[in-house]
Design a protein around this ligand. Structure first.
Ligand code: IMP
Ligand code: MG
Length: 178
């Protein structure tokens, strides 16, 4: 069945099974790397909520960890505005803690770099970046996630938590708009 949003046909990029396979792989790596370190996963809302929910469900149940969220936005329509609104919402004191930031997608890298800089001011013991997608060749800043599901082509993607002007966020597979 064809999915059409705002007059555009959506093309399947990654199926549920493909996404799940990538997420489980990363969850296993994190579980192995963070034994005994009691990490705190900090999700960047809104886009990361679905990825984070799947990742957390795939993490080793023996691992002791906390979760928290921050909220910001730099997107309007299909272009990143590059303006990152201040971090808000963090409920835990992260001083001395091992932080794993969970982000949906890195395009220019400006959003996540600003988040990491703000985070470091709070003096965590370590900060690692876990991203679901990275758009190849679009970075304006040199940034490499410590954990990454996959690189993607320079296409506008929707679904799996990512929206296009508030459409498509709930789709459980990843699509691109042609
Ligand atoms: P950056 O600052 O350019 O790296 O933008 C990253 C943010 O823009 C992500 O956290 C997403 O919320 C959003 N974003 C970037 N590319 C896409 C896309 O293809 N679809 C939907 N949202 C996107
Ligand atoms: Mg985001």
């Amino acid at each position: 069945m064809n999915l059409v949003i705002k007059g555009k046909e959506l093309q399947l990029y990654f199926s549920k099974e493909q996404l799940n396979h990538m997420v489980v792989k990363i969850a296993n790596q994190i579980s192995a790397d963070y034994q005994e370190r009691h990490p705190i996963f900090i999700g960047v809302l809104n886009g990361a909520f679905m990825f984070m929910a799947d990742l957390i469900r795939a993490v080793d149940p023996q691992l002791k960890f906390q979760i928290d969220f921050i909220k910001l936005s730099s997107y309007e329509g299909k272009e990143s505005t590059g303006i990152v609104k201040a971090l808000s919402g963090l409920k835990n004191d992260i001083k001395g803690r091992h932080v794993i930031i969970i982000e949906d997608i890195i395009e220019t890298g400006l959003t996540i770099t600003a988040v990491i800089e703000e985070m470091k001011k709070l003096e965590p013991a370590s900060v690692k970046l876990c991203a679901c997608f990275l758009k190849t060749g679009k970075q304006k800043i040199n940034i490499q996630p410590d954990y990454l599901c996959t690189e993607i082509e320079d296409k506008f993607i929707i679904g799996y938590g990512l929206d296009w002007d508030e459409y498509g966020r709930g789709l459980d597979q990843l699509y691109y708009i042609q």
